[in-house]
Each structure stands twice: as C-alpha cells, then as structure tokens.
Design a protein around this ligand. Structure first.
Ligand SMILES: [Zn+2]
Length: 170
C-alpha cells in the first residue's frame, strides 16, 4: 500500500488521483497501444483494480471510462475491451457494454469455451454423480440400498438364492 506521512507524522494515504496517476505512469504500453496495468489485479480473469477507500477496490477500466467523460449508463453496464486484453486500461480501448454484450463478445472471440458432444456428456455425468454425493442420505456408505442398481442386485441375489433352494428341493 502506498502511504505518505503528513506534517504531524501521521501515516496518510496519498490522494486517490495521485495514486491512480502513479499507477498509470507505471503501465506498460504494448504494440497494440494497450496500457498494461502493473498494479493490483483481482478476479480469476485478472482485471486491474485500485483502492478507492479503505477495504474498497474498484475496477480501473470503469474509472478510466468515467475519467474519459463517459459515465456508466446503468448498473447493468460493465467496462468491455475492444482489444480483448483484460489487463489493458487504455480508455480508447474501453466501452460500456452490458454483461450480455460482454458474454457474446467473449463467445465470438472464443474466450469462453462451450462444452459440447462427448465432453458435455462427461460434465453432466460428473455433475449428477456429485449431486448424489452432496446428499448424505444418498451416500453409498451410509445406505447401500440408496443406489437403485445395488438394490436391484440385492433383490436378484435373494431371488436367485430362493430359486436355487427350490430347485434343490425338487
Ligand atoms: Zn488495449
């Protein structure tokens, strides 16, 4: 965290604008004109964030659009990239889109993988199996008869036993 001391010797955070400007100065411009953020990142996709207050971070892409005189149209809008580079904070590469726009854009650019065919089947089977495990009363160890196949095997076994006994008696 970037901190300075005031004239009373107390530790104080630098003003937000100053911290943002320092981070923007550190950003690395790549061959596409992207400003690659070198500061804090958040989320699984790694998007640039900056602290706006204690314990509160904000996406830099959003701040950059607003600073560029483009206020967020609604709370459904998110800052999207035309350059498809999540770590880029160049306002010229940013636009307001809805989550739907963003998802469709990601689909079109192949950022999102949609499972299909055999792979989709595998995922569904696994999801089903996990669902069973999450319900303790359906766990095989606690209740072996919870599994319909196991129950059928048991019934078949008993039936076979009785059939055999009947056969030996005849
Ligand atoms: Zn960019």
């Amino acid at each position: 965290m970037i901190k300075t001391r005031n004239n009373k010797g107390q530790v104080r955070s630098k003003p937000f604008e100053q911290r943002l400007q320092e981070q923007l100065d550190r950003a690395v411009t790549n061959e596409n004109g992207c400003w690659i953020w070198q500061g804090a990142m958040a989320g699984s996709g790694g998007y640039p964030v900056i602290r706006i207050a204690d314990q509160t971070q904000m996406r830099v892409s959003r701040i950059m659009l607003e600073r560029d005189g483009k206020p967020r149209p609604s709370d459904k809008h998110v800052a999207c990239h035309t350059c498809d580079t999540p770590s880029c904070v160049n306002p010229a590469h940013l636009f307001w889109g809805t989550h739907k726009d963003n998802t469709q854009d990601a689909l079109a650019k192949g950022r999102i993988y949609i499972p299909h065919g055999e792979h989709l089947e595998k995922i569904r089977t696994k999801a089903k199996a996990l669902k069973g495990i999450q319900k303790p009363h359906l766990r095989g160890a606690g209740n072996p008869m919870a599994d319909p196949a196991a129950r059928q095997r048991q019934i078949d076994g008993v039936r076979r036993y009785h059939d055999q006994r009947r056969a030996t008696k005849l």
